[in-house]
Design a protein around this ligand. Structure first.
Ligand code: FES
Length: 235
């Protein structure tokens, strides 16, 4: 870097480019004017989730800190409680790309891909009658295939994905660059916002990622559905 102005330009860029950093045993630092919203699943009369509804937009500064220990009294924001409770935010998630963990379920003109380590139990993968794994066996029927795609597209964590052929690229729908708080559950990060672990290692940049905000995940920084057992509530 040649001049002070180059340095300042680079610093400004770093502050305005969307990014999430897990702080050591502390909150997520969010920079770059990332919108913070609430999203709730839309369910059928039988209680099956079928799509997402966007609710309130929460006012924030350009940079803000979101609680990831689950104990803040000002959720979703950090209030420093992580220090009093001795929060251990050590990341244990496999740092390899998702492709190294995915199991393929080939059908007709579709291959469903599953990485169970990222599942947050959102439930879009099944209904009263069937589930995407079973349905893949009937995917020569284009209606069934379209239904599988729709179900997989709603999976917030990207635990489920699909390609159109073996070895083909994963198909992703366009999602906004934002953070959505799911009810008494994870933070849903969409649009390929980079996430950096507290040890400085960057996570694979993906279109949809769900981060733990209850503090109980065994796959930090990602949510693994532990909020159900820990009884996490927004408070
Ligand atoms: S991470 Fe700071 S209060 Fe939860």
């Amino acid at each position: 870097m040649d001049t002070v102005s180059d340095f300042l330009k680079e610093k400004r860029m770093a502050e305005t480019t969307p990014k999430i950093t897990a702080m050591e045993n502390g909150p997520y630092q969010v920079v770059g004017d990332v919108p913070l919203v609430r999203k709730t699943p839309v369910k059928t009369g039988q209680g099956e989730p079928i799509s997402w509804q966007t609710g309130e937009t929460i006012e924030t500064e350009s940079a803000y800190y979101l609680c990831r220990c689950g104990a803040s009294n000002r959720k979703p924001f950090c209030d420093g409680t992580h220090r009093q409770i001795g929060f251990d935010g050590t990341e244990t998630a496999d740092a390899n790309d998702i492709s190294s963990r995915q199991t393929d379920y080939p059908g007709t003109d579709i291959v469903v891909k599953n990485d169970g380590s990222l599942c947050i139990h959102a439930g879009f993968c099944a209904n009263e009658i069937s589930n995407v794994w079973q349905m893949t066996q009937d995917s020569s029927d284009s209606d069934v295939r379209a239904q599988i795609m729709k179900m997989v597209d709603q999976c917030p964590s990207g635990s489920l994905a699909y390609a159109l052929e073996a070895g083909g690229n994963t198909v992703e729908i366009e999602l906004p660059k934002e953070i959505a708080l799911l009810p008494d559950s994870a933070m849903w990060v969409t649009g390929g916002i980079p996430v950096v672990r507290s040890d400085g290692a960057p996570c694979e940049v993906r279109n949809r990622v769900t981060l733990c905000r209850c503090g109980a995940s065994k796959n930090k920084p990602f949510c693994d559905g532990s909020h159900e057992e820990s009884g996490f509530t927004e408070g």
